[in-house]
Design a protein around this ligand. Sequence first.
Ligand code: ADP
Ligand code: MG
Ligand code: MG
Length: 210
Amino acid sequence: GGPISATIFRDMMRHAGLAIIEKADWLSDLDGQIGDGDHGVSMAQGWRAVLHALDDAPTDETISQTCGRMGSAFLDAVGASSGPLYATAFQYAGHAVADRLDLDAPALAALIAAAADGITTRGGAVIGDKTMADAWIPAADVARQNADTDVVRLMQAVAKAAEAGMNATADLEARKGRAAKLGKRSLGHVDPGAASAFLLLSGMRTYLAR
Ligand code: ADP
Ligand code: MG
Ligand code: MG
């Protein structure tokens, strides 16, 4: 449960990226129900680019700089709407920890809250719109509430909140993104962006709790 160094941070993000790439077919299947079926492809492309970017990171790079590197890589690689949303999330996350050499629980909470803020600022979604924000906003709330614990407990609580948020999207009508065109026909389906948000946060959790 000790602080996350820059090296551990990069390993944790690699692990989370691989977890998303592994589930790309599931994400595309979800997107096939209420969108254009490419979310798994978009996310796998984005995260493969992030994995390459992480390999290129100098060993003395700060967490903040690494987040900036991840954002640029994701933006360049992904044409879908999730591209700029995650690029902004990584940028905001990096700015939130610009003064940190490692992440204790309060700093990790600040990073997660900033990522969520980047997504909502960029995309304009609010809770209940049936987007990735429905996983990210509760994750950020729970991160802030658990900022006085340790990084493992924090991520366990965050991943749980993201999972609940993801599952709750099945009962929502989409009001943002492609699925909004379906109106009530989007009911009964989990939002793919909320699903990939859960995979990311649970991948971080699994790495830290290893
Ligand atoms: P595209 O819709 O361009 O094919 P993706 O399939 O990669 O993009 O991503 C779709 C996901 O993006 C949706 O499931 C939703 O979670 C998320 N999304 C779309 N628009 C927004 C928005 N304005 N704010 C937050 N998330 C959004
Ligand atoms: Mg799509
Ligand atoms: Mg698309």
